[in-house]
Write a protein that binds this ligand. Structure first.
Ligand SMILES: NC(=O)CC[C@H](N)C(=O)O
Length: 208
């Protein structure tokens, strides 16, 4: 709904057992819970039949966004570097966090200004981003940290202990985005918060 409302284009749901994608300008892997998350979030989903078609599309440069469980699936599939570990507090966290848009240089973040602060909901248990020091350095040096948690007005900051306060990252070609917060849950006036809508609206430019 967030995609179709913001872009005015139809979306097609694809089941994990499918093996082909319809012709598409964009792939979105949503959040929620996937089979086997109790083993390691996204580990089983990353082996789903549909992932072959997603890998092929990503290799061709089709912009792809993974939100929350979708981010976990993209890292488990090796389409983004690093891993999402259990939250540092070992509890499921459901609240709205503040984060800074670190770069507008991607199809997903061009609707924002770099340095802009947005408030976006999170609901996750395994959102603690981890990567080895070399990978982290590359992400920082190459301007591939898309979103970073910052302190709220009440002083609460990073909700899960992620390294470098990372909330979302981009692939090397900047066409794959993984993020833990849920912009689709802050994209309609009825949500009481539309800070996430610019992410979907910014995508209009890549649609044919
Ligand atoms: N909202 C979500 O996508 C949750 C993802 C995952 N199951 C977690 O708890 O971390």
């Amino acid at each position: 709904m967030a995609l179709s409302h913001a872009t005015g284009r139809p979306t097609h749901m694809v089941w994990h057992r499918d093996t082909e994608l319809p012709p598409t300008d964009l792939i979105a892997i949503p959040g929620g819970f996937s089979y086997g998350d109790y083993l390691r979030s996204g580990a089983m989903a990353a082996q789903s039949p549909i992932m072959g078609a997603i890998r092929a599309a990503v290799a061709k440069g089709v912009p792809t966004v993974g939100i929350c469980n979708g981010f976990q699936i993209l890292t488990e599939a090796g389409l983004l570097p690093g891993a999402l570990m259990r939250n540092a507090g070992l509890t499921f966290v459901s609240r709205t966090v503040s984060m800074r848009v670190e770069t507008s240089n991607s199809p997903f973040t061009r609707g924002y200004n770099a340095g802009q602060t947005v408030r976006i909901p999170i609901q996750h248990h395994d959102g603690c981003y981890f990567a080895d020091p070399d990978t982290l350095k590359r992400l920082e040096d190459e301007d591939r940290v898309a979103f970073r948690y910052i302190a709220d007005q009440d002083g609460r900051g990073n909700p899960n202990g992620s390294l470098n306060d990372i909330a979302g990252i981009l692939s090397e070609n900047r066409r794959v985005l993984g993020m833990m917060p849920h912009p689709e849950r802050a994209s309609e006036p009825e949500h009481g918060n539309t800070d996430g809508r610019a992410l979907f609206e910014g995508l209009v430019q890549i649609l044919s």
